[in-house]
Design a protein around this ligand. Structure first.
Ligand code: FES
Length: 177
């Protein structure tokens, strides 16, 4: 079992590493990008323009807790969740790993994952969201689903990366500032 605090430290570290990669250079002339161009995902319309941040190793996750990371920048907290069952948008060997913005779509309070009920709950006005159904709003004051973070799983390394966002982050005109 992985210690939660060390895992969070790892997540923060790897997200920061992703940021470093974002500002790094590419030597692949065949990519057609200019030297010093940011590393961005262009593999799907959803993720086009978003940075690619490695956020966790799939083997370190368990179903009893969520892990915090930030995407697409440090001002946007997100939760990484292993549900234990294959779900829409899930990645990893069991297609059961998903991620959501932690900012409630009602007024931006931070939601928390309740592993017992497999829901995301907002403490401010008690909105509830379903991580098994793409962040669907179940009840409460919120009127919009939680934005789902698009993930990618690398078979060879076991690494999970954030590559895009479905939906609009709370309080932003654009997800990418
Ligand atoms: S801020 Fe979450 S329900 Fe109001």
């Amino acid at each position: 079992m992985v210690d939660k605090s060390s895992r969070r430290g790892f997540l923060r570290t790897t997200a920061a590493g992703g940021m470093a990669a974002l500002t790094g250079t590419r030597s692949d002339a065949a990519s057609g990008k200019q030297p010093n161009a940011p590393l961005v995902s262009n593999e799907s319309p959803i993720s086009r323009g978003y940075p690619i941040f490695p956020i966790a190793q799939a083997s370190e996750l368990n179903t009893s807790a969520s892990a915090v990371f930030h995407y697409p920048d440090k001002d946007s907290p997100c939760l990484l969740i292993k549900t234990g069952d294959a779900v829409p948008g899930g990645v990893g060997p069991g297609r059961d790993i998903v991620a959501y913005s932690a900012m409630c779509t009602h007024m931006g309070c931070l939601v928390a994952y309740d592993a017992d009920t497999r829901t995301l709950k907002c403490p401010c006005h008690f909105s509830v969201f379903d991580p098994d159904q793409c962040g669907q709003m179940v009840c409460g004051q919120a009127t919009e689903n939680l934005p789902q973070i698009e993930l990618r799983f690398d078979d060879s390394s076991g690494r999970i990366s954030a590559v895009g966002i479905r939906g609009s982050l709370y309080g932003r005109v654009s997800n990418l500032l």
